[in-house]
Design a protein around this ligand. Structure first.
Ligand code: SF4
Ligand code: SF4
Length: 154
């Protein structure tokens, strides 16, 4: 995917968890900007502008993921281990996946990419029914995996 204003640099991804904002439509929208406690996201007064990520301010907390109505924000942790990375994404289905289980991880179009393990599931009241699921996957799929199949399958 071509790098856009909300995507972190490769150098930043090497340094630790960071948001990856794949918002590419200039729609009037900005809850991501208000949601970030580090002020790392800027949409600005022209509310149809694409969000800009200040990658040095971003702590990789993942709070913005659940606040994006477009389900366009992810969190990437490239160097979770020598061989694996973590990818966090919004998940709006039930039942929620169970930590530690194996799931089928998918790309932006829902196509199977690789098997992964559910690392965590965050479902805070403040997230308003959008859970944040984090999967551990082989590192080479960091820029491909952006979701998982329902019930870990289809
Ligand atoms: S991951 Fe946290 S610090 Fe980074 S942009 Fe999102 S809310 Fe802000
Ligand atoms: S909340 Fe989501 S859809 Fe809206 S501007 Fe931010 S990233 Fe784009």
């Amino acid at each position: 995917m071509e790098r856009i204003s909300g995507m972190p640099s490769l150098e930043r991804m090497e340094r630790g968890p960071v948001a990856c904002i794949e918002c590419i439509q200039c729609i009037p929208c900005n809850p991501c900007e208000a949601a970030c406690p580090q002020n790392a996201i800027t949409v600005g007064e022209a509310i149809t502008s694409l969000p800009q990520l200040d990658e040095d301010k971003c702590s990789g907390c993942g709070i913005c993921i659940a606040h994006c109505p477009g389900l366009a924000i992810f969190n990437l942790h490239k160097n979770y281990s020598d061989a694996t990375a973590l990818v966090s994404f919004p998940y709006e289905y039930v039942p929620l996946p169970i930590q530690g289980t194996q799931v089928r991880c998918t790309d932006r179009d829902g196509r199977f990419v690789t098997q992964g393990i559910v690392h965590s599931v965050r479902n805070l009241p403040a997230f308003d029914h959008t859970a944040v699921v984090t999967v551990e996957i082989p590192k080479e799929y960091l820029m491909d995996v952006r979701g998982m199949g329902r019930r870990g399958g289809e």
